[in-house]
Design a binder for this molecule. Structure first.
Ligand code: SF4
Ligand code: SF4
Ligand code: SF4
Length: 165
């Protein structure tokens, strides 16, 4: 993605184009290796995989997050998944429209985060504001759909660097 496009998406709170939303433990090489058999999609118990661009499997976080159960990887007859890789290249980033930043109590995202990567350090005279511990965030997306303000983006390291460039 071009720098300006990436920055624009980040600033307006958009997410990466659908073609970048690959299933866990996959790389850009998915289009070379995948036969589009859809066995990974059928195997996903969370229903986060779907038939996306060009018929290749993609992931979406409009309902549930990925539990990293690995069923997709085990169902795939090709060499598309590699469980030794990091599952996702992105991390959760909380935007300015978070309710807590407007001094309205909300900790919904914390409750959804299984690895406890979202913390709410006490803030004197203000409701606690969420912070994402990047090292603990797996990029699972479980916090995204539960946020009542749609205030959470999943952003790659590359996109973060471009935004701060
Ligand atoms: S199971 Fe493997 S080959 Fe089949 S659609 Fe999924 S990634 Fe592609
Ligand atoms: S769920 Fe959304 S609005 Fe609530 S604290 Fe988390 S980021 Fe803020
Ligand atoms: S994407 Fe990160 S912060 Fe959000 S629920 Fe998953 S691990 Fe927690």
């Amino acid at each position: 993605m071009a720098v300006n496009e990436s920055r624009r998406l980040f600033l307006r709170g958009g997410r990466a184009p659908a073609s970048e939303w690959r299933p866990p433990w996959t790389t850009e090489a998915i289009t070379d290796q995948c036969t589009r058999c859809e066995q990974c999609i059928d195997a996903c118990p969370e229903d986060v995989l779907f038939r996306g661009d060009g018929g290749f499997p993609q992931i979406r976080f409009t309902g549930e997050g990925c539990t990293l159960c690995g069923e997709c990887a085990r169902a795939c007859p090709e060499s598309v998944f590699d469980l030794t890789r990091e599952a996702f290249p992105w991390r959760a980033v909380i935007r300015d429209n978070c309710l807590a930043q407007a001094n309205i109590h909300c900790q919904t995202c914390r409750d959804a985060c299984e690895p406890a990567a979202i913390r709410f350090p006490p803030k004197l005279g203000h409701v606690a504001i969420p912070e994402v511990a990047e090292d603990d965030c797996t990029g699972c997306g479980a916090c995204v759909a539960v946020c009542p303000e749609d205030a959470i983006n999943l952003v790659t390291q590359e996109q973060r660097e471009q935004t701060h460039a």
